[in-house]
Design a protein around this ligand. Structure first.
Ligand code: SF4
Ligand code: SF4
Length: 402
């Protein structure tokens, strides 16, 4: 009998093969921020999966319209959280972006930003930051190219500051931790970092802030550059592995979520969970504050770190504050890493749903644990003429510390 010869050739693995896991049920659609805004199937997770399937077919000539639907995805992972078929959407869209980079390059300014933050301490090395060529190109030519006033509103929030490498707790420390600042942290989120240090010292922890730490790599991974993302994580593993610490902590949950997906020499944890779990923090430690507060639930906390309600628990340590709730508080604000720079129009449309509600609620504070979300809220509130302070939960706690 002549049996057919088996085909032993090794076929390349299709990085988009898992799009076949999608059963097209549509359960993810109401949770997708771009679908909520555009009400268009191509702007939904299900629609994007079909577009990715087309992209993976040999010889298919994608056009700019297809790419724009993929570009609009904020990377919030709400679809992944909701999906009964466990479609690994974020891995798929990152692969699709990687596959499409030659046909559809990133704007030059975003590429420059990605290159700059490959260096240790990223943008923070430039103390004359706003005079730096890279940033000038993002804020000048970048503005023209991207056509967004949101870029200007973001850059206006920069306040560079040098941090010490060690903040000792005092005579009898309970332990030592290291703080991950994120490549943008010292420029755009210095208050969160300084207030994290203040609280950690207060509760007895020495705080190391390694100067040569690297970007977390999320920007690279989400823009289709996985090799660079892995290199950055590897470099950070070495930098933090060289210090004698018990934990690596972060206040910027977008960056921290990327770090927390990898193995480090010690546990990696968000500052809010650490304060609640590892210290004896109590309402007795804080002066009362007669204010109303809205908690922004960042996608990085809800869908990546899988921590919900932590900011609420922390805020409730301050006596007197009243928590208000936004409808659909768990839906993305539209910031999404470099999405804010490259897709400003979509980002603005998404946050406007929340801004309209905030006009009615008029809270005194919005608490946000994600640097990108905080910047997006500040810029959008200013544009809407709303005087609402956007701060990290640790900032409010540190202000009220007795
Ligand atoms: S990651 Fe977010 S924006 Fe992208 S398709 Fe999923 S739900 Fe929509
Ligand atoms: S919920 Fe999952 S299976 Fe259903 S359409 Fe969305 S991605 Fe596909």
């Amino acid at each position: 009998m002549n049996l057919p010869k088996p085909d032993l050739t090794i076929k390349p693995v299709d990085p988009l093969a898992d799009t076949d896991l999608c059963v097209l049920c549509g359960m993810c659609l109401p949770y997708c921020p771009t679908y909520r805004v555009y009400q268009n199937e191509a702007e939904s997770p299900r629609g994007r999966i079909v577009l990715m399937q087309a992209l993976s077919k040999t010889g298919f000539q994608a056009d700019q319209r297809l790419f724009s639907h993929l570009d609009h995805c904020v990377g919030c992972r709400a679809c992944e959280t909701m999906c009964p078929s466990r479609v690994p959407f974020s891995r798929l869209i990152n692969s699709a972006r990687q596959l499409s980079r030659q046909q559809h390059p990133l704007p030059a300014q975003i590429n420059q930003l990605l290159k700059t933050v490959l260096k240790p301490d990223g943008l923070n090395r430039y103390q004359g930051w706003l005079g730096n060529k890279v940033i000038q190109s993002i804020s000048g030519a970048g503005l023209k190219l991207l056509g967004q006033d949101s870029t200007q509103r973001l850059l206006a929030q920069a306040s560079p500051q040098r941090l010490h490498t060690l903040y000792p707790a005092g005579t009898a420390p309970r332990g030592s931790v290291a703080l991950f600042t994120g490549c943008m942290g010292k420029l755009f989120d210095i208050n969160s970092l300084l207030n994290s240090i203040r609280l950690l010292n207060h509760y007895g922890f020495n705080v190391h802030v390694p100067v040569k730490q690297y970007c977390c790599g999320a920007l690279h991974e989400n823009n289709g550059y996985p090799t660079e993302a892995e290199t950055l994580i590897h470099n950070n593993q070495q930098v933090f592995g060289d210090i004698d610490i018990d934990y690596i902590l972060f206040s910027a949950n977008g960056c921290g979520a990327q770090l927390a997906e990898h193995a480090f020499s010690v546990p990696v944890m968000d500052i809010a969970s650490f304060l609640l779990q590892q210290t004896d923090i109590s309402p007795d430690d804080f002066q009362a504050l007669d204010s109303t507060v809205v908690i922004h639930q960042s996608c990085s906390s809800t869908n990546k770190l899988k921590i919900t309600g932590i900011s609420q628990q922390l805020a409730q340590k301050i006596p007197g504050i009243q928590l208000l709730t936004l409808h659909h508080a768990d839906v993305c604000c539209g910031a999404g890493g470099s999405h804010l720079l490259s897709q400003g129009e979509t980002a603005d449309k998404i946050i406007n749903l929340k801004i309209e509600e905030l006009k009615q609620l008029k809270p005194d504070y919005i608490l946000s644990d994600n640097t990108g979300c905080s910047m997006h809220f500040r810029g959008s509130l200013e544009r809407a003429g709303l005087d609402i302070a956007v701060v990290h939960p640790v900032e409010l706690l540190a202000r009220q510390l007795k």
